[in-house]
Write a protein that binds this ligand. Structure first.
Ligand code: AKG
Length: 287
C-alpha cells in the first residue's frame, strides 16, 4: 500500500495496526459462485478489483472534467484531472444547479454507466435476485489542499429501506490511491447494530447543523469502538459493494489528481422504495 499520511477532515489518522488494516479484495468469481452475499453478510462489504473496464471508467472521468473550463486542470488534461489551482470564477457550490456535477448526473451517458450490466449483476449477486436502481446518484469530487472528506456515517441514516434489501456500490472514477482520499470502512461495524446510538452525542463533531454523520474524527472513532479503519489504494475499474449498516468515511485528497467517485445504490426489486431517492441528485436537496 502507498505510504502517505492519512488525514480526514484535516485530522490525522495514525497508520499503526491499532488504527488501520488493509481492505481485502474478493475475486470477481465471488459474484458468480454465490459466495458474495455471504461475504457481504460477514464483512459488510465486497471489494472487487477491476470489475469495470478501466477504459470505460477513465472515459467517464474525462467526460466529467470536460464540463469545466480547461484552465481548471493542469495542461488542459481532463482525463488525468490534476488540479491547476485555478477554480473557475462564479462556479456554484458542488452539485448544485449550474455546477457540472449537477448536469453530469442528468446526462444519459451517466445513467447508462450507473446501469452497467456488471454493476447491476454485482448488486443482484449480493442481494440474491432482481434489483432496481435508486435514481438519485451522488457525485463526490474533492480538490487537493482542502481539509474536506466524508464524515463517518452509515448509509442507513440517509436511505429509508430495510438494510437487507439495499446495497451501495462505491465506484472511484479514476485511480484513487490513499493520497487521493478514497473510502475507508470501520472493520465489522455492521455487526454492531446500535453503533450510531452508542456513538452519537459522545463523538467530537464539527457540523452542528447536521446530526446525520457520526463524527469527523476517525482516530477517536477507532479508539472508542476498538475497531480499525480498512484502507486500500483503489484503481479505476474497482468497485466496493457495501451494506447500509457498515460505518464508512473518506480521506482528504492530497494528490494533484482530484478525487472523483460516485455512489450507485440498488434495492431488491419490489421492496419499499424511499420516495426521496426517485429523482436525480442535487447536492442541496438535503436528502
Ligand atoms: O465518496 C465518499 O466520500 C462518500 C461515499 C459514501 O459515503 C457512500 O458511498 O456511501
Amino acid at each position: 500500500m502507498s505510504q502517505v499520511t492519512l488525514v480526514s477532515n484535516g485530522l490525522p489518522l495514525p497508520r499503526s495496526s491499532q488504527y488501520v488494516a488493509p481492505l481485502h479484495a474478493s475475486p470477481s468469481s465471488a459474484l458468480e459462485d454465490g459466495s458474495a452475499s455471504a461475504q457481504l453478510a460477514e464483512h459488510g462489504y465486497v471489494y472487487v478489483r477491476g470489475l469495470l473496464p478501466r477504459e470505460l471508467v477513465l472515459a467517464m472521468r474525462e467526460r466529467y472534467f470536460q464540463r469545466f473550463p480547461a484552465s481548471f486542470v493542469q495542461d488542459g488534461d481532463s482525463r488525468r484531472a490534476a488540479f491547476s489551482g485555478f477554480e473557475p470564477d462564479g462556479l456554484p457550490p458542488h452539485g448544485t444547479r449550474g455546477h457540472p456535477a449537477y448536469d453530469f448526473v442528468r446526462d444519459p451517458a451517466f445513467a447508462e454507466f450507473a446501469e452497467h450490466p456488471l454493476l447491476r449483476g454485482a448488486a443482484e449477486a449480493v442481494l440474491g435476485g432482481p434489483v432496481e436502481r435508486l435514481r438519485r446518484t451522488p457525485i463526490r469530487h474533492f480538490v487537493p489542499g482542502r481539509p474536506a472528506s466524508s464524515r463517518a456515517h452509515i448509509d442507513g441514516t440517509y436511505v429509508e429501506a430495510k438494510a437487507a434489501d439495499l446495497v451501495t456500490l462505491w465506484v472511484p472514477l479514476g485511480d484513487c490511491p490513499l493520497s487521493s482520499g478514497g473510502l475507508v470502512y470501520l472493520e465489522d461495524s455492521h455487526e454492531e447494530q446500535d453503533i450510531s446510538e452508542r456513538v452519537r452525542n459522545l463523538a467530537p463533531y464539527d457540523r452542528p447543523g447536521d446530526r446525520r454523520p457520526l463524527t469527523h474524527d476517525l482516530k477517536w472513532m477507532a479508539e472508542h469502538t476498538q475497531r480499525r479503519w480498512l484502507v486500500t489504494d483503489y484503481a479505476a475499474g474497482d468497485v466496493v459493494i457495501h451494506s447500509p449498516l457498515i460505518v464508512h468515511a473518506s480521506l482528504d485528497c492530497q494528490s494533484e489528481e482530484m478525487r472523483l467517485s460516485t455512489d450507485i445504490r440498488y434495492l431488491r426489486q419490489g421492496t419499499h422504495y424511499d420516495p426521496r431517492w426517485r429523482g436525480d441528485w442535487a447536492a442541496d436537496d438535503s436528502y
